[in-house]
Design a protein around this ligand. Structure first.
Ligand SMILES: [Zn+2]
Ligand SMILES: [Zn+2]
Length: 180
């Protein structure tokens, strides 16, 4: 089993579903590496399900196709050029129903863990449910009854979906949530 390249801001792209096992050829290096990236690609070229994670990690896909994998609008303007370059050009993005957000914390971009619905949240991240509700109430400014409704309706595949992030420095959980 080949080890995937390591991505600082997206540590487990298999778990998150942005990279899948596939016999397909990579359009950048021309070889079948066993894994294909199926997240968003921002490029004038049609590159859905067409790149291997190694060509994302080393920047060759971004350079060859003038592509971004995370929308530059997703990142706060306070991000440095290095963070922007590593996140948008050398990190697998994630599919979302609405505009991507990539939270910052401690002066750095956070790590994206995985999309979750209520089922995965309660099963795998039970300690984050109340934090997520607070995020919906106070960051998204949604009233309590609608916030509970949104929480109850979260679904990993069908949306609205919650996206879990964690600070690489202070370990604080962060969230992005689709509006219902
Ligand atoms: Zn490749
Ligand atoms: Zn932090």
């Amino acid at each position: 089993m080949k080890m995937l390249p390591s991505f600082r801001y997206h540590p487990d792209p298999i778990r998150s579903g942005s990279v899948v096992k596939s016999p397909g050829l990579c359009r950048c290096c021309g070889t079948a590496r066993g894994y294909i990236y199926c997240g968003p690609v921002y490029s004038v070229h049609e590159l859905d399900d067409a790149l291997c994670p190694w060509c994302i990690a080393d920047g060759s896909a971004a350079a060859k196709f003038d592509a971004l994998f995370v929308d530059d609008e997703a990142l706060d303007t306070e991000a440095s050029e290095e963070i922007y370059d590593q996140l948008c050009r050398r990190t697998p993005g994630y599919n979302s129903w609405q505009a991507e957000q990539w939270p910052m914390c401690c002066g750095d971009a956070t790590a994206f863990l995985t999309p979750v619905g209520l089922t995965e949240l309660r099963r795998d991240f039970p300690d984050r449910e109340s934090l997520l509700l607070n995020h919906i109430l106070f960051e998204m400014k949604i009233t309590r009854s609608l916030a509970l409704e949104l929480l109850e309706s979260l679904h990993r595949e069908a949306g609205p979906t919650a996206y879990l992030f964690e600070c690489l420095h202070c370990r604080r959980p962060h969230f992005n949530v689709d509006q219902a």
